[in-house]
Design a protein around this ligand. Structure first.
Ligand SMILES: [Zn+2]
Length: 362
């Protein structure tokens, strides 16, 4: 008898997360304590429950200004090494408690320099926090591994510097690079020198593309910049036509993405908040999964979207009737698409993921 696909059981299933922002995943109580320690007085409230609700509502509001304000608060309390160690360690503990066995967590080091920290200090503090979180999770009986992605912000002009930083730290857990921030007006080709450098260094990168902005952004990310994965990539559906009789027609870009098995780091709850879809049931992830694109499921910002890997998967189960085989497929897709080495990916699939789902399906 297979275990029922409930939220509680999904939490027990091994899960893999490729797209999660460190500054979008703080615990509300931690935001309040760090603000107090840093003398930051601009939080909308210092009540834990009300602050948690405020983050969610502000991200839900449809107002870009309020959405950006949420990150202004989290970044404001992450301006010293102790804060970064704590936030990183707690992120790992929270992911492990949710049943995540491997996660790539990303952040933009340049956002934590308001009080003068050097980029190296920032990276080293976050790495220390991740290792601490892994040890604490292990003590609690949970095995989790974290890979770090360093982001450059599209609106700034520091992508080559951040790409070099990612390469410098690649042997101590930084597994890749990304560009984040506003898509409109800041095409990925503005950062070509960074991507050329990374390719020459045989380094890995993904690009936030096709979230708010359409096909040109996805095309540039893949064909000009050489992105190995797409952050969101949800607008790839603009290149897919579904006729009334159900026949599906893929355009050349959609075909390329599917044929090349280019991973899509999809984040349904986050997309609902930014307006890229109006409900999970209407989210393109259903169609893209049915067409067997290399779809992965992700959280994006756990604090703002009030979600976890387990709740995200449970929402998909509700909307599309997925079973354990589907959830395993998403998980193996993500593990295959991770930026750690082939041997390590295979070991995680064979030693943790497959046995975990087999036990739930037995
Ligand atoms: Zn993102």
């Amino acid at each position: 008898m297979s275990s029922p696909v409930t939220l509680e059981n999904i939490r027990r299933a091994p899960k893999v997360l490729l797209h999660d922002h460190l500054d979008g995943g703080l615990r509300p109580a931690t935001v309040i304590e760090l603000a107090d320690a840093a003398g930051y007085r601009d939080l909308p409230t210092t009540d834990v429950d009300r602050l948690g609700a405020w983050f969610r509502d502000a991200a839900d509001s449809g107002s870009l200004e309020r959405y950006l304000e949420t990150f202004a608060h989290t970044c404001a309390v992450m301006q010293d090494e102790a804060a970064l160690v704590r936030v990183a360690a707690e992120a790992v503990e929270d992911l492990a408690a949710d049943g995540v066995v491997y996660a790539e967590v990303r952040y933009a080091p340049e956002l934590f320099q308001e009080r003068g920290m050097a980029l190296e200090q920032i990276v080293e503090a976050v790495q220390e926090g991740f290792r601490l979180g892994e040890r604490r999770a292990a003590e609690a009986g949970r095995r989790i591994r974290i890979g770090t992605l360093l982001c450059a912000m599209r609106q700034n002009a520091r992508s080559l510097e951040i790409a070099e930083l990612a390469v410098r730290y690649r042997d101590v857990g930084v597994v890749g690079f990304d560009i984040a921030g506003p898509e409109a007006g800041y095409p990925p080709t503005r950062n070509l020198d960074a991507f050329e450098y990374l390719r020459q260094q045989n380094a890995h990168f993904t690009i936030h593309a096709g979230e708010a902005f359409g096909l040109p952004s996805i095309w540039e990310a893949i064909q000009h910049c050489g992105a190995e994965r797409l952050g969101h990539g949800v607008r790839i559906v603009d290149d897919i036509k579904v006729a009334e009789d159900g026949t599906v027609n893929l355009g050349r870009l959609a075909s390329y993405v599917r044929d090349r098995r280019i991973p899509l780091e999809m984040c349904p709850s986050s997309n609902l908040q930014t307006g890229a879809a109006s409900s999970v049931a209407e989210h393109p992830i259903g169609l893209l999964a049915r067409l067997r694109f290399r779809v992965t499921v992700n959280t994006d910002n756990r604090l703002m979207s009030h979600c976890s890997m387990a709740t995200e998967m449970a929402a998909l189960v509700d909307a599309f009737g997925y079973g354990w085989a589907d959830l395993q497929w998403f998980t193996v897709n993500a593990m295959k698409s991770a930026f750690i080495g082939f041997d390590d990916r295979l070991a995680l699939i064979n030693e943790q993921i497959k046995p975990g789902y087999a036990a739930l399906m037995a």
